[in-house]
Each structure stands twice: as structure tokens, then as C-alpha cells.
Design a protein around this ligand. Sequence first.
Ligand code: SF4
Length: 337
Amino acid sequence: MPSFPLLFDLGSAKPTTRDIAQTVRIGGTAALTEAERRADHARYQEITCRSALNHVKGMPFEWTLNPYRGCTHGCHYCYARRYHAQFEMNADDEFASVILVKKNFVDVLARELKRPSWNGDYVAVGTATDCYQPIEGHYKLTRRAIEALLRHRNPIGIVTKGPMVVRDTDLLVALGKITTCTVYMSVPTVDEHAWELLEPGTAHPLQRLRAVRELVDAGVNAGVLMNPIVPGFSSSRAKLERTVKAIADHGAKFVGCNVMFLEDGTRAHFMKFLEREFPSWLPRYEKLYEKKYAPEEYRKQVQGMIRVLQNRYGLTPREREPHKEETFEPEQVAFAW
Ligand code: SF4
């Protein structure tokens, strides 16, 4: 008799996130016996979702779409790390190595978009995962979700670090002709050392910028978010300037930035990373991050620097989602360290 029969008794149906959480609570991620290990050494667990469109509060948008949970890009600062606790998994290795795949995501989304109660609100795609992480090449959930959104002429914004987004240029161009369709490519820094340290599973920053160039040339409204600026790693004036210049050189339509914030599991993970790799930095970090955000004064200083650089290189500030005020993650960038 299997130790965790739930995953086997569902026949062809996939477990829900609740089933996954229950299974992991009892037996750890080793109990996910159906999870498929792939060449990237991550394990992929197919699941059934009950809803696709997710209503959120306190953000500059009200609806999000995340076809996967967890992310093999494994950025150490990733704020989505803490969400893995919802599945009884940790914000450390399991966030980047146990990926939940919402197998029925597109069918559920198609049903939700057809509901008379759906108003066609702006939807932010990829807020708790990277919707173009490598496994998207296999499942194509993001592409098929955009196809559904296009059929409904639904406005979207996509946040990603995945150059694979250029694969869907045809859909993004078509959607952009009839409604808001913006790609926010995340490139916190072009500094190779900081990239290697902080974003171990991501494409090279210049590869991401080339994807922006390709999207813009095709007519997609694409820009860059330097999110997050990580004090001490990517915050020097020289690194900021090199990054802003590279963004401008690649034709980005806009640039935005935030200084890293830390909370819950993400905070614990990042501090452990520092303790392991840069122990001498810990005291400064503990002071700078006594709270979730770095001090306002620091953030303002950085904002000012970025504004100067934006002007110098002829970039416009990041676009806001339609009709929304910024209500979270105050604009920040750091250069004092
Ligand atoms: S790519 Fe985005 S979602 Fe993935 S780990 Fe990095 S910050 Fe998190």
C-alpha cells in the first residue's frame, strides 16, 4: 500500500494544491511520487487548479495569473519564495526545485473569461512565478493563456525574466493592437558577478535585453524593470549607470525600479544566503532591513539617482497599469552602498 494514497486514488485527475500541501505536510516533498524529475534536476508536479484568475488586494492591479508555482530561476531575493509555504514547502531549495504545474489552467481560465460577471479587467501575468521559466517550453500554458485572453481582447501585463517571451510575439503584437499589452522584462542589473550570485537559473541579462529589443522592433510595448536593486550587489552608481545605459541601448520603451524588500520566508532565505556567502555583510543588512523595506531616506536617494540616469539616457519612467495608483513596493533604487 502506498504511503500517500491520495496522489494515486485520483485516477487521471491531478491533485489540487490542498492535496499537495497535505501530502507534503505528512511526508515532505519526497512523498510527491508523481512529480517528474527533468534534465534541469527540478521536479515537476502536475496539479489541478480550481481557479486561474486570482483576485489580489493592495497591488496596482486586481487580477493575477500564475500557471506555475515555484520557479527554477531561483533568484535569492525572490518575494514569491515565501508563497511556497502555502504548499508546506520551504522557501529555500524547494521553491526552485519543486514546481507545481497547473495542468488544467487554460481550460479554467477560458471558462472564467466567459463568465458574464467578468469585466475584462487588466490582468498581471507572472506575479508569483516566472511564466516563461524553461518548463513553459514544454507545457505552453502561458502561450495558451494569452491566446484565450486575446480571444476576449483582455488587457494584460507580463512580468518575466525569460527570453522565451519572444516566442509569443505574434500574440503580443495582436493583443497590443486592440488593448493594453505590456511586457515588463526584469533586468535588475547587467553586472555579471551580481547576476551569477543572485539569479543562478536565469538567462544572461543581455539575452533578456535582446529579447526586449526583439519585442519592441516587432511592435510590442516592452520595457525593463530593474527589480530589485540589491544593496551592495547592484546598487553602486557605476553599476546602475551601466544597466540604465544598456537598457536604453536595447530600445526599451520604459524603465522602472525597486529596491529589494524582504519579508517572511524570502527574508529568512536571503539572510541565510548572506550568512553562507557574505557573512561580513550580515550586520549591515540587519540594520538596513530592520523592517520590510530599506529606510525611506535610502530609497529616495536612489530614486533621485535613477531619475538622473533615466534623463541622461532618454528613457521614460515605468508605465503604470491602467487607472491605478502605485500602492505597494515604493519606487526605490540604491546607490549609497
Ligand atoms: S525569475 Fe522571478 S519568479 Fe523566478 S525566482 Fe526570479 S524573481 Fe522569482
